[in-house]
Ligand binder design. Structure first.
Ligand code: TYD
Length: 195
């Protein structure tokens, strides 16, 4: 089973990915935890380029680099894990590209969806949890975090609109509350795909 967690920077995704993976492991399941971009040799190098504030890049190049990192992690990590029946819990996936590049950069959700589905050979998560309600940015911003307030406002709005794009797959979850409370909401929102 493949699930992804999404949301703006600083919404607490990484903590929740770890809590969810632990809970599933506690049920005796094999769980592969990953984060995007990264998780492969190519992906980590591309990630370094994408987040480096010293590197200038066009919006289209940025979109294709995220897609390239995604293609690699699907081929090397996610598809093999799913083939052997493991769970995959991914911190960001295709929807981050729809929102950051499609809406935030204004490249268009359709175009970015096509590029991303080409990258994943059509693979999508069975369920995607979008966390919303809190946003905290790191003290030392990376290249994406330095993209400006308007960009991030578009991203935050974009995440809220995501549920409408694919209501069967995407669930919005309120991230305001204790870690345990949010974890419980996520667990409920996984009903239908989780054990
Ligand atoms: P990361 O440090 O992993 O952010 P976070 O901890 O908030 O998840 O950096 C990933 C950054 O890249 C983040 O700002 C979101 C952005 N991003 C995109 O713009 N498009 C994408 O397709 C992905 C996967 C991430």
């Amino acid at each position: 089973m493949f699930v992804s967690l999404e949301g703006p920077d600083g919404v607490g995704k990484s903590t929740q990915v770890a809590l969810l993976a632990d809970r599933l492991r506690g049920l005796g399941l094999e769980v592969v935890q990953c984060r995007e971009p990264g998780g492969t040799e190519l992906g980590e190098r591309v990630r370094a380029l994408l987040l480096d504030p010293q590197v200038e890049m066009s919006d289209r190049a940025e979109a294709l680099l995220f897609a390239a990192a995604r293609a690699e992690i699907v081929e090397q990590v996610i598809a093999p894990a799913l083939a052997r029946g493991a769970w995959v819990v991914c911190d960001r996936f295709i929807d981050s590209s729809l929102v950051y590049q499609g809406i935030g950069r204004g490249l268009g959700v359709e175009a970015i969806r096509d590029a991303s589905l080409f990258a994943t050979a059509g693979l999508l998560p069975a369920r995607t949890i979008v966390l919303h309600g809190v946003a905290r940015r790191d003290a030392v911003p990376d290249r994406m975090e330095s993209a400006g307030e308007e960009f991030h406002a578009r991203v935050e709005q974009g995440f809220l609109q995501l549920g409408e794009l694919d209501p069967a797959r995407i669930r919005l979850v309120d991230a305001v509350g204790s870690e345990a409370e949010v974890a419980e909401r996520i667990w409920s929102a996984l009903e239908g795909v989780r054990p």
